[in-house]
Design a protein around this ligand. Structure first.
Ligand SMILES: Cc1cc2nc3c(=O)[nH]c(=O)nc-3n(C[C@H](O)[C@H](O)[C@H](O)COP(=O)(O)OP(=O)(O)OC[C@H]3O[C@@H](n4cnc5c(N)ncnc54)[C@H](O)[C@@H]3O)c2cc1C
Length: 452
């Protein structure tokens, strides 16, 4: 009889992989996690949304995360370069401070399964290690410095070829009943099975680093919000800056733009960073008053989808399935919730002794719905970001926008604010005389694109 080494082989030990491993081992399945790096390792993606909390709680990791002392994130704020003199017309409600700043607090809206009014900003080196160690405590066998190099689905069970990077670079074969690809932007199976499709609209690029001693309140209207994530709009098309607390004194700062804009600038990435932040002189001044404590890192080619996210004996989760743009800090939440939804199907498949593709239809349907909503929310933001800011400030839509910002995208219903934003965007696009028409951005997503 053919045998296997583990029920589930998980490729990648980031948040998606370790969360899936925790769920699956807690349900009694044997799991191996193959991680190519040795943790802790740095990683981009430091600001969480509250939809991560119920998942962390369910796998028993919330107390561990809380005990780690990551800065608490109580909300989000957006600042604009637009002065109150150049006030942009609103949806009919006067805004207290023009468009200089909009903000939300998570405490404004109760969220199912979330019993705290904050989430976290995390140093991903520590956070990812902590989740991987948690998976191990739950019973997963974790192999670090172990890269999945190949997979063979031709036999009765999938066989993974795993290479050790260090030492004598040995390769070995591991047989599993099912492969979960959580390899992030490494997109292990997406590449092997030729599933990956570049996003038709977004081709984003980011440059980021950490500063010590940044005055986080320099651009804040409300000085009691300095522990929020700040998104600073720049007076440059499709370009913005994140400001994320990492410790009491350390702050992560990144510029996000379109890759073509960086290429067209013909400058080094460091000069590009300073040129961009220089478009908000008060931001540049604040950054120059702080000390940069990490080299600049850049991230590119991260906007893509997959033709399929599951098949016979395999499934993609987290960034291995899809990523578009970090504007709403959705990545870790999608990774954790994807792992939650996928694990429910995998556990049922294991009980039925059938890992065929139809077993993962519920996961596929939920992710299709959630990712389509995220995609549209991101697209509308880039198409007309003043619309987003206006909705945040408008009492008629504020809580519904907050629902999305909390990451609650997994229900059956399409968020009402999204429906309204879509209709209004189309109306403004079709009416050149509309006061907001001149504020339309250059990125325009095809209405039905992409499925994943
Ligand atoms: C510029 C930028 C800013 C972002 N900001 C945010 C943010 O503020 N908040 C947020 O929530 N998200 C953010 N994200 C997204 C976030 O980084 C990801 O969505 C998140 O890390 C996904 O988790 P994951 O587990 O799917 O993948 P990862 O965290 O990338 O983990 C994948 C793991 O797989 C390993 N691996 C890869 N290939 C192999 C292989 N062949 N074999 C074995 N192991 C392998 C890698 O070493 C890695 O450890 C941002 C992304 C970008 C690009």
């Amino acid at each position: 009889m053919t045998s296997y080494d583990f029920d589930i082989g998980i490729v990648g030990g980031g948040p998606a992989g370790s969360t899936a491993a925790s769920y699956l081992t807690r349900a009694g399945l044997s799991c191996a996690v193959f991680e190519s790096e040795t943790f802790p390792r740095p990683h981009v993606g430091e600001s969480l949304v509250p939809a991560t909390t119920p998942v962390l709680e369910e796998i028993g990791a919330l107390a561990v995360v809380e005990a780690a002392g990551f800065p608490r994130k109580y909300g989000a704020a957006w600042t604009s370069a637009v002065s109150s003199a150049d006030r942009i017309p609103t949806l009919g409600h006067q805004m207290p401070s023009g468009f200089r700043e909009a903000s939300i607090r998570f405490s404004e809206r109760d969220q199912d399964g979330v019993h705290q009014d904050y989430t976290y900003h995390v140093d991903r080196a520590k956070f990812d290690l902590l989740l991987l160690e948690h998976a191990k405590r739950c019973g997963a066998v974790v192999y670090q410095d172990s890269r999945a190099r190949a997979v063979d689905f031709s036999g009765p069970y999938p066989r993974l070829r795993i290479a050790t990077n260090g030492g004598d670079a040995r390769e070995r074969e591991v047989t599993v009943r099912m492969v979960v690809d959580a390899s992030g932007r490494g997109t292990f199976l997406g590449n092997k099975l030729r599933l990956k499709v570049a996003d038709p609209v977004f081709n984003q690029y980011a440059i980021h680093t950490w500063f010590d001693g940044l005055d986080r309140g320099a651009l804040a209207v409300n000085k009691d919000q300095t522990d929020f994530i700040f998104i600073h709009f720049l007076p440059l098309i499709d370009t913005w800056v994140w400001q994320i607390p990492i410790t009491d004194t350390i702050t992560s700062v990144g510029v996000v733009t379109q890759k073509q804009r960086f290429a067209a600038s013909k400058t080094e990435r460091e000069s590009f960073f300073w040129d961009c932040v220089g478009s908000r002189p008060e931001l540049r001044k604040a950054l120059e008053g702080a000390q940069r404590i990490r080299p600049f890192r850049s991230e590119g080619d991260y906007s893509y989808g997959m033709r399929q996210i599951c098949g016979d004996g395999w499934l993609l989760v987290g960034d291995a399935a899809r990523f578009v743009d970090p504007i709403f800090s959705s990545g870790v939440s999608v990774a954790l919730n994807g792992a939650r939804l996928a694990s429910a199907d995998i556990i049922a498949a294991a009980q039925a002794g059938d890992f065929g593709k139809p077993r993962f239809a519920p996961y596929e349907a939920s992710m299709r719905r959630a990712l389509r909503n995220w995609y549209e929310f991101i697209s509308i933001y880039y198409r007309l970001n003043i619309l987003f800011t206006a909705f945040v400030q408008d009492p008629r839509y504020r809580l519904d926008v907050l629902t999305m910002l909390q990451g609650s995208f997994y229900g059956e219903d399409e968020p009402a604010a999204l429906i309204k934003m879509r209709a209004l965007t189309r109306h403004i696009e079709d009416n050149p005389g509309h006061l907001w028409h001149r504020h339309l951005g250059s990125l325009r997503a095809p209405a039905l694109q992409p499925l994943f």
